[in-house]
Every structure is written in C-alpha cells, then in structure tokens.
Design a protein around this ligand. Structure first.
Ligand code: ADP
Length: 447
C-alpha cells in the first residue's frame, strides 16, 4: 500500500479522497491555489503545497507544479478526483515518467474514451449498444446531409472533444443542419481547441442511465449497478438516484453484465462510468468517464463499497477480491447537488458563508467542504455540497429527503436547496416519471 498520496483537487472531492486515505492509513498531501489557502481540504491534509495563483490553468491544471509537489513531499501516487486533470491522458503519462502512480486507468484508456468518436467505436467493438450516427467525424456538409437523412431528423451535432454539455446542437430539419454544424464547430473550437464534430440521432424522450464499473486492470471487472441522472439542466446533472425508477432487476443485470464483460475484455483498471441514454426499453451508449463521478456516493449507499478505497487498492496493485455475484444492492439513494447559485436564475453566488447547519439522522450523508466563515471563491465550479439520502425503499428515501431538506441551512450565499425543496414534492418526481428534458420544462413553467 502507498504511504503518501497527493490529492490533485479541491472542495468536497478532495475531502472525500482524504477520508478514504485516512481509513487506509495513508498520509495525505493537499495542493491548493492562493485563493484556497483557507480551504477545508488544506486544513485537513497532513501536508499542503501551494501550486499557483487562483485561475485553475495556473494551479489545479498546472502539471509541472503538481509533479514538483509530489517530489518535494515524496508522494508516491496522485488521486485526481473529478474534473481538472482527472481525464488528462498526458498528465497520467507524465506521472508515469516520474515513477508516480496515477490513481486511475491507463493513459491509453483515458485517451480512447476522451475522444467521443474513438469511444463509440470501441464500445461498439466491445458489444455495447450505441446511438445511431455517423461512423466518425463529419466535416463536409454534403456528408452530413447524407448521414442525417439516413438516421432521420432530428439529429444532434456533438463535439468529439466534448464535455460539460458544450458544443452540442440539435438540427430538426435539413434547413437547420448547416447552421447547427457551424455553430457546434465554432463552440467546440473555442471550448476545447478542437472543432471536430460528429452526428447522432437526437433522442426525444430518453432517460440518462449510467453503469458504474470497477476493474483491476488484470482482466477482472464487475458492474455496481446503475444510476439514473435524468434530472438535468443544460446537460448538467442536478439530482441522481439508484436504482433507476425505470429499470427492473432483469434489465439491470442484462445491461450491467454486458458492460462488465466489455471492461473485462479491455482489462480496464479502476472505477469508470459507462453512460447511456435509455428510451423505449433500449440502451444507447453516449460516453464513458474514466474517473470517479460526482454521484458515486449513490452507488456506495446501495452496495456498501467505498469506491475511493477500491480505486486506491487497485492502483497499489491489488486484484478484485469479489465476483459479480458477491455484489449485492439494498435500498434506495438520492443525491442532490447543492450549488452556490440563485435557485431560480442559477447565477453563481460566491462569497462568505455566514452560517451552516448540517442535517443529520439515519440515512443521511453530506459530502461538503463548507464551514461557517468560509469564503467561496469565484474561480471554480459552484458545487458546494452533496446531500445523499438513503432509505429502505424509494418512498422512504423521498420522505427522508423532504425532512432533511427542511433542516439544511446555509446562510450568506444563495444555494439551490430551495429548488430541491420544490422538486421533492412534485408528483412526477414522486412517481419517478421524468426524462432528460423534464427539469428544463418544469423550470420554464414554474420559474
Ligand atoms: P458531455 O460529455 O458534454 O456531458 P454527453 O455525451 O455525456 O456529453 O451528453 C450529455 C447529455 O446530453 C446527456 O446526458 C443527454 O442529456 C444529452 N444528450 C447527449 N446525446 C444525446 C442524444 N443523442 N440525444 C438526446 N440527448 C442527448
């Protein structure tokens, strides 16, 4: 096992990783920007190193500074969390060159899955069903017209290098196609420095259902069930739950089994998430994330596994100790992403947190780096906490969530807690009847 791990992240996920390290008896090194000197992840770590000024590109994305921090502190491994450098294949390679273990999959797997066209091609080869679309990138408008006619309108134009829901445009007819492609290319070029786009059938009423996987890089892999992340705003997840209200055990086993088999064939190492759209009983692969997800606690609640400890053990060379049949699920879990944002306009609300009251009781988990007096900096994303609630059944979970949301107090900044207080009493949510467009439609009708 490692003696010392550097956590190349901030906020709640840095704390989450630190907790796993502590329980494994591993020393922790935090890195931080000058804006995060007072942050909780710096306070709780055994050691900390300042790696640069506030903008992420100069600090949390600053590879030379992070490698230097490892060398100064003698950290043997780096946990990248999510976001920042977590899916940067070059970062994984550079660490390898410095004999520092990257806690995650091989750089080759990160690279393949980071290119959405390559990822789709690989998924298809591995027997995973994909969304109908172009075979690869599309650059000529004549080719786009032909593909779109083939798969049928509406079509979605997506960026090969896409992420965070950016660079996606819908074309409902041939008349809209050329303009949509140009806009997507321009947006993708600006956001990712790569303007390549591809075409996909636009699904009208799908749910977003993803499968959590865990592999040991030695050919063993299991799936840990699904999460339903259909409640989204601007393609960003807002609420995640497991099990999905739309799936039964047989469907879960079928898609999970296929994904686990694919990961075995790949010899995938560490945790990963294979994302699907689900419509009319069919699954369509959209992408794979080769890292820990924000919503991983939902799966931990149902399986009792600590996904971060599993990641670290596997990175240290352990093999999977269990088979698929050893993985069991119980109960229901829901996660709400609490953002420092106005709950109706979603404008960011950085600033000083005057007061925090955190709810408690049976089945309640809060992953957050907030404390009274903390100043939320304006430079990073607005996620300030994750509220995860567990119940024996979905009904119990929803009742508990309603109770917990009424106890949660964060003063000084605006948060999205009031949005969840509304959602938890909505009949469609209570019935589990929602697709990926539900939340935006609801917000348009109920501002
Ligand atoms: P990103 O990497 O930018 O998050 P994804 O491919 O994961 O992009 O898609 C994000 C979201 O966009 C999905 O959860 C879904 O809401 C929507 N989406 C993606 N592909 C399609 C599609 N073919 N049809 C309809 N919606 C889609």
């Amino acid at each position: 096992m490692f003696d010392k791990v550097l956590i190349a992240n901030r906020g709640e996920i840095a704390l989450r990783v630190m907790r796993a390290c502590r329980e494994l008896g591993i020393h922790t090194v935090a890195v931080h920007s000058t804006a995060d000197e007072e942050a909780m992840h710096v306070r709780l770590a055994d050691e900390s190193v300042c790696i640069g000024p506030p903008p992420a590109r100069d600090s949390y994305l600053n590879i030379p500074a992070i490698v230097a921090a490892c060398e100064i502190t003698g950290a043997e491994a780096v946990h990248p969390g999510y976001g920042f450098l977590s899916e940067n294949a070059r970062f994984a390679e550079i660490l390898e060159e410095h004999k520092i273990k990257f806690i995650g999959p091989s750089s080759a797997h990160i690279r393949t899955m980071g290119d959405k066209i390559e990822a789709k091609r690989t998924a298809k080869e591995l027997g995973i069903p994909v969304v109908p679309g172009s075979e690869g990138g599309v650059s000529e408008i004549s080719e786009a017209r032909r593909v779109a006619k083939d798969i049928g309108y509406p079509v979605l134009i997506k960026a090969t290098a896409g992420g965070g829901g950016r660079g996606m445009k819908v074309a409902r007819s041939e008349a809209e196609l050329e303009n949509a492609i140009q806009t997507a290319q321009t947006e993708a070029k600006a956001a990712f420095g790569n303007g390549d786009v591809y075409l996909e059938k636009y699904l009208e009423k799908p749910r977003h259902i993803e499968i959590q996987v865990l592999g040991d890089g030695q050919g063993r892999a299991v799936h840990l069930g699904e999460r339903d992340c259909s409640l989204q705003r601007r393609h960003q997840k807002v609420w995640e739950e497991a099990h999905s209200p739309a799936l039964n055990a047989a469907q879960r086993e079928q898609i999970g089994g296929r994904v686990a088999k694919a990961m075995q064939k790949l010899s995938y190492e560490g945790v990963g998430t294979v994302e699907f759209l689900y419509e009319n009983g069919e699954f369509y692969f959209i992408e794979m994330n080769t890292r820990l997800q924000v919503e991983h606690p939902v799966t931990e609640m149902l399986t009792g596994l600590d996904l971060v400890q599993e990641q670290i053990r596997i990175a240290a060379g352990a093999s999977l100790k269990y088979e698929q049949d050893d993985i069991t699920f119980s109960g229901h879990a829901i996660e709400c992403r609490i953002n420092a944002e106005n709950p109706t306009t979603f404008a960011p609300s950085p600033g000083r947190v005057e007061n925090v009251h955190v709810p408690g009781g049976l089945g309640v988990r809060i992953d957050s780096a907030l404390y009274a007096g903390y100043r939320i900096p304006p430079y990073y994303d607005s996620l300030i906490g994750k509220l995860i609630v567990f119940g024996k059944s979905r009904t119990e979970c929803l009742m508990r969530l309603r109770r917990v949301l009424s106890e949660y107090v964060i003063e000084g900044v605006e948060t999205t807690i009031p949005l969840f207080q509304r959602l938890v009493s909505e009949p469609d949510i209570i019935d589990g009847h929602y697709d990926i467009h539900w939340l935006e439609k609801y917000l348009a009708k109920n501002p």
